[in-house]
Ligand binder design. Structure first.
Ligand SMILES: N[C@@H](CCC(=O)N[C@@H](CS)C(=O)NCC(=O)O)C(=O)O
Length: 253
């Protein structure tokens, strides 16, 4: 196995004495601009796995994914990866697949990507893996939807009603839940450098997009400096920056 690229294998020595390397499979990341796919690109960059990016643009009006993604996976969402015969959807499932398949050779600092079952780190990691998509992202997507509804085309006399209704749903339901979530993460980050403890773990890749979205769409954001510091820590990583260079910036609305 090539120490720099875990999906590249040596076939022995060529007549010249140099090693011959063959790549068994090239992973393809089906990458929708500004999407959860950034989680996957970041992990692949940290692991040093070779991959290619198949790019998809959002519809400029609806911001939805193009129909072409449904040809890759029936749900038509991003991220999806293909790796040889495998097609894997759902960002959490993709991260687990990649760590299982390519994480064993991860260098020093990444040795804790997946901690041993039964340990406190494993329990923490599992919690944040589920919390990111099972709870937190729901509120953040709802926020986006209820901010966007009044900006959509509608008869002029309906717009004030839509605006009022959406403002009320945000004030009474969505915003308080987002503040609770942000306060919860802020407290947690007071005693943890990364979400599962002192080491970067798989949970950080899953939480990364949610933290970006929470800071962009959240309320009373200035109350949560540790969350902002966490985002800066994550963005400072060279692998994160390489992922952004290749996949494009994560621009949250
Ligand atoms: N829970 C899924 C969510 C996938 C998802 O909704 N992805 C968004 C991008 S962040 C998407 O494809 N949006 C375009 C659309 O819904 O058409 C995951 O974590 O992968």
């Amino acid at each position: 196995m090539n120490p720099r690229h875990p999906n590249v294998f040596s076939t022995g020595l060529a007549p010249s004495g140099s090693r011959r390397w063959i790549m068994l499979f090239m992973i393809t990341v089906h990458h929708l601009e500004t999407s959860r796919s950034q989680r996957v690109l970041w992990l692949l960059e940290e692991l040093g796995v070779l991959y290619e990016i198949q790019r998809y643009q959002r519809d400029p009006k609806t911001r939805l994914a193009p129909a072409a993604l449904k040809a890759i996976h029936p749900l038509g969402k991003s991220p999806v990866i293909t790796d040889g015969d495998e097609t894997v959807a759902e960002s959490g499932a993709i991260l687990e697949y990649l760590v299982e398949r390519y994480g064993a050779q991860a260098p020093g600092e990444l040795a804790h990507l997946q901690s041993a079952p039964g340990t406190a780190q494993h329990r923490q990691s599992r919690f944040w893996m589920h919390y990111a998509e099972g709870s937190l992202m729901n509120w953040l997507v709802m926020k986006l939807v209820f901010v966007t509804i009044p900006t959509q085309p509608m008869p002029f006399f309906v717009r004030p009603i839509a605006r009022k209704l959406c403002a009320q749903v945000q004030a009474k339901l969505i915003d308080p839940n987002i503040v609770t979530a942000m306060a919860f993460m802020e407290t947690h980050l007071g005693s943890h450098v990364w979400f599962a403890g002192e080491h970067l773990s798989i949970a950080d890749f899953q939480m990364s997009f949610a933290v970006e979205a929470a800071l962009a769409r959240g309320v009373e954001v200035a109350r949560f400096p540790r969350l902002a510091a966490y985002k800066a820590r994550m963005r400072a990583r060279p692998a994160y920056q390489r992922a952004v260079t290749k996949g494009g910036p994560v621009v949250m609305s």
